[in-house]
Design a protein around this ligand. Structure first.
Ligand SMILES: Nc1nc2c(ncn2[C@@H]2O[C@H](COP(=O)(O)OP(=O)(O)O)[C@@H](O)[C@H]2O)c(=O)[nH]1
Ligand SMILES: [Mg+2]
Length: 311
């Protein structure tokens, strides 16, 4: 069994070395532990510090491409190097790498495809209340959309099997954490959750400079992921709702027309009815088109999976 630890890092010279040194290199039943650092256009000494601490492999971006792109590239590098299990951790020393053996256990035991961690954000003394609330809201949205009782959708400390890594296709360029959960649930993967430590960050967050901009971008990713996977459900409900509303309004006009032979004084209602019925029908049709696109996507994902697996 080969384990790959993937660390996306953007200007983490102060902590990357500590993170790498904390990674246990000897784990029962694991033959090899490989540390892969994805340097996302760092302008400080992140790479040399990582090298000094014993990083085995680097993926380097000349310019900053964002966390989600780095995640994808790290994943590809891990697959390429033949990893059976992949762990994602952060380069900022907030996670405790000593927990890696516990994290991968459900996968080694064949009990899970994906292991998420729960930072238990409410009880973190160092996290500001606004961030706690934001975390909770995002977790609940993911929980609601995915229909899975996720405890902490934002934790980046995760483990997955090679098979899972081959099947995940992250589309976002910014953050991947929520998208991965929604996809994993819709792809019927087995998900386990374990509690984890979460230390205070030394220095500023690289990812979240502004909580509102994060909420906007993460929110859009969450909604888009859902729409990509369940377009029929969404468009069908919106379309049917509009058509139902139109029908109810139209009924009043129709009854009046049948008893008097006149549309007036209900002409505005009649117009609204027509608009609602037409728009509703179009939304319904959009759902059918989106569903066909989704069917295509599934076929392409299958091809991609087979290609990556046989490479
Ligand atoms: N590759 C890459 N990594 C990033 C970027 N932004 C943040 N990270 C890394 O992602 C991890 C989590 O980011 P962090 O700033 O700690 O986010 P927070 O803990 O959610 O506030 C850290 O290892 C960062 O170095 C980025 O633009 N590119
Ligand atoms: Mg962090």
């Amino acid at each position: 069994m080969k384990l790959a630890i993937v660390i996306p890092a953007h200007n983490e010279e102060k902590t990357i070395g500590k993170v790498i040194r904390e990674i246990p290199r000897r784990i029962p039943e694991i033959k090899e532990v490989e540390v892969i650092v994805v340097d996302d256009g760092s302008t400080d000494r992140t790479v040399s510090e990582a090298l000094k601490a014993g990083a085995d492999r680097f993926v380097q971006h000349k310019v900053n491409k964002g966390l989600a792109v780095s995640f994808r590239d790290g994943l590809d590098a891990a697959l390429e190097s033949g990893a059976d299990i992949i762990v994602n951790t952060d380069g900022d020393f907030q996670y405790n790498q000593g927990e890696i053996p516990t994290l991968i256990k459900p996968i080694m035991d064949g009990k899970a495809d994906l292991v998420l961690t729960d930072r238990n954000v409410w009880n973190l003394r160092h996290m500001p209340v606004s961030k706690k609330i934001g975390n909770k809201i995002a977790t609940y949205i993911v929980r609601f959309l995915a229909g899975f009782p996720v405890k902490d959708a934002q934790s980046g400390f995760r483990a997955y099997s090679r098979e899972t890594a081959l099947q995940l296709n992250i589309l976002s360029d910014y953050t991947y954490v929520q998208e991965m959960i929604i996809q994993a649930v819709f792809k019927k993967m087995k998900i386990a959750q374990v509690p984890c430590d979460f230390r205070a960050r030394e220095g500023e967050s690289r990812l979240i400079s502004n909580i509102w901009s994060y909420a906007k971008r993460a929110g859009l990713t969450i909604v888009l992921t859902y729409v990509h996977y369940k377009p029929l459900k969404i468009f069908l409900s919106i379309g049917l709702f509009l058509m139902l509303l139109g029908s109810v309004l139209g009924l009043r006009v129709l009854i009046h027309y049948l008893s008097t032979g006149l549309v007036s004084p209900y002409i505005p209602t009649a117009i609204l009815t027509a608009i609602l019925l037409i728009v509703g029908f179009q939304v319904l049709m959009m759902g059918l088109v989106a569903d066909s696109i989704n069917a295509n996507r599934r076929i392409m994902e299958k091809i991609l999976y087979l290609m990556k697996r046989n490479k």
